[in-house]
Design a protein around this ligand. Structure first.
Ligand code: GLU
Length: 547
């Protein structure tokens, strides 16, 4: 019989005995329980021995509930912790989940079976977490999901399934350097999170930090994003661990074609439809589509979206993410009673998302006071001349040396005073370290995962309205969906049709999220997550499990 060692931390002696008794009743696993009734006792036990799992009451005589989880986590290292709480302490349980617990259990309601399953799952998940999926971004994606799942009372079987991607493919990609004799081998990924909603959908990222954990986090966010927008897709994401700026155009093409070939078995217009993301663009999509089509012997435009318009791409796709962001910003400003004309915005990142967001904000009467690229930012309290920025970039390919404002670092830029702050670059930008110094009213996340869990809480407490990534940057995938529909029907739409329908979908998603946030007293991110998760969970329950 498998053996599991449990450190049970419970201040109430009778409760402790009851929980131990329940664990002894579990069939199939031999639970060896060490019981302690204080935090000090628990930390000492953790120093003296290794346990498979810690199950801990959070309100202890020598530690207030809000502190216990963090202190235990520091002492427990990689050992997973399941929080035990009283029915009136769900806020504490949620806090523990945000801080890294996989779940919390309400002591008086938990039966032997649930107790045992939670312990086993915690151990399994901890082992996996510190294995192949180990990444801060995946941790963020999982804990945002767990928070929503706990709040909405999601079926725990479904919760367990949605914590992980349905399919992951890791490929080694050899490609020739321009000198012909050198062959570089890099890793590529394609992750499909949920196949129950229709084909899967999501971009391809080329960046040196790409790994399985990051790709999986991005795939999970695509699931909630598509569900929130009510698009008939599950989430996916792909990526190659390489810095594309170090490649020649020919190298980029060979790499892309080989990557496309390697993941071809699991993509297709009815299976999984890639699109651009960070480090990829229309040209990369064109090569991908061509490679896939060459294998089949005929042109398959619908295998990717974000293609050049001349190859079946959609009008309006290029600026769609920025345009969608501005749609929800406008809606949110209206809700806050804030006049867009005359308000100020700071935009981090000047790639496809940031540059279009900045331009369209400016066209809506917003004064854009700062923008940045990877290397530097520029700030001008009187407003930045965006056309001059574009001219400077066309010539120098970097914002460095731009004369129309003061140079600021990317970190300084985030702390500038403004009405609208739009992080449109990379993840992990607003953290516990700078969240207290953010000075905006509205945070519109053009990037995926720019805000950490700790920062989220600080911003919400400070009354900053967050337009979460799954909502604020969903204009891109929405127009991708239109592109796919145009490809499968062989009927191109006009730009007016594209923009109008995107506007409707964005507005509708914003309104549903806001309504849920107000009705259920949830922050906007959690409201958007619950809205998305609920749709996916319903579909999964209706389809059933087979075999
Ligand atoms: N990569 C984009 C995103 O993160 C777009 C995905 C798509 O168009 O499929 O939403």
């Amino acid at each position: 019989m498998p053996r599991m060692t449990v450190l049970l931390v419970e201040s109430d002696a009778a409760e402790s005995e009851r929980l131990q008794g329940r664990l002894q009743w579990v069939r199939g696993v031999d639970f060896v329980v060490t019981a302690r009734d204080t935090l000090a006792g628990a930390l000492e036990a953790l120093r003296a021995a290794r346990f498979d799992v810690v199950m801990a009451d959070l309100s202890l005589a020598d530690s207030p509930g809000s502190e216990t989880f963090r202190r235990l986590r520091d002492g427990a290292g990689e050992t997973p912790i399941v929080a035990l709480i009283d029915p009136h302490e769900t806020a504490l349980g949620l806090l523990a989940v945000e801080e890294g617990a996989l779940s919390y259990l309400i002591k008086s309601r938990v039966d032997a079976n649930t107790l045992a399953r939670s312990a086993q799952r915690a151990v399994k998940n901890a082992r996996i977490k510190f294995g192949e999926w180990d990444s801060p971004m995946f941790h963020l994606a999982q804990h945002q999901f767990l928070k929503a799942a706990q709040l909405m009372g999601l079926d725990e079987n479904i919760r367990e399934r949605l914590m992980w991607p349905q399919r992951t493919l890791v490929v080694a990609i050899p490609f020739r350097r321009d000198n012909y004799s050198e062959v570089e081998t890099v890793f590529g990924y394609r992750v499909q999170h949920v196949l129950a909603m229709g084909p899967t959908k999501g971009g391809i990222r080329y960046h040196e930090d790409v790994d399985l954990g990051e790709t999986t986090a991005l795939a999970m966010w695509m699931t909630w994003k598509c569900a929130l927008m009510r698009l008939p897709y599950g989430g996916a994401k792909g990526g190659v661990a390489i810095d594309p700026t170090t490649l020649s155009r020919a190298e980029l093409q060979r790499l892309t074609r080989r990557y496309a070939l390697e993941i071809a078995p699991i993509v297709g217009p009815d299976k999984d439809i890639p699109a651009p993301d960070m480090g990829t663009n229309e040209q990369v999509m064109a090569w991908f589509m061509d490679t896939y089509s060459q294998q089949l012997g005929y042109t398959v435009p619908g295998v990717v979206t974000g293609k050049p318009v001349s190859l079946g791409g959609s009008l309006g796709r290029r600026e769609a993410t920025g345009r969608g962001l501005v749609h929800v910003v406008r809606r949110a400003a209206h809700h806050l009673g804030m006049d867009l004309a005359g308000s100020t915005a700071v935009v981090q990142g000047y790639g496809n998302v940031g540059s279009n967001a900045a331009r369209l904000l400016a066209e809506s009467g917003v004064k854009v006071t700062a923008v940045s690229d990877v290397r530097t930012g520029v700030y001008n309290a009187n407003g930045i001349d965006l056309a001059a920025i574009d001219r400077h970039l066309a010539e120098h390919a970097t914002l460095e040396g731009f004369a129309g404002g003061d140079a600021v670092t990317n970190a300084e830029l985030l702390e500038l005073p403004c009405d609208i702050l739009a992080p449109c670059a990379i993840q992990n930008q607003i953290t516990a370290a700078n969240a207290a110094k953010i000075r905006c009213r509205l945070l519109a996340e053009g990037a995926n995962g720019p805000t950490t869990l700790e920062a989220d809480e600080i911003l919400v407490d400070r009354g900053i309205l967050i337009l979460p990534d799954v909502l604020a940057n969903a204009g891109g995938v929405t127009v991708s969906y239109f592109e796919w529909v145009q490809n499968t029907q062989n009927r191109p739409w006009t730009l007016a049709e594209v923009n109008e329908r995107m506007g409707e979908i964005m507005t509708n998603a914003f309104d549903r999220t806001l309504q849920r946030s107000l009705q259920s007293k949830l922050d906007m991110r959690t409201a958007a997550m619950v809205e998305g998760v609920e749709r996916v969970a319903n579909a999964m329950l209706l389809r059933g499990l087979w075999p």
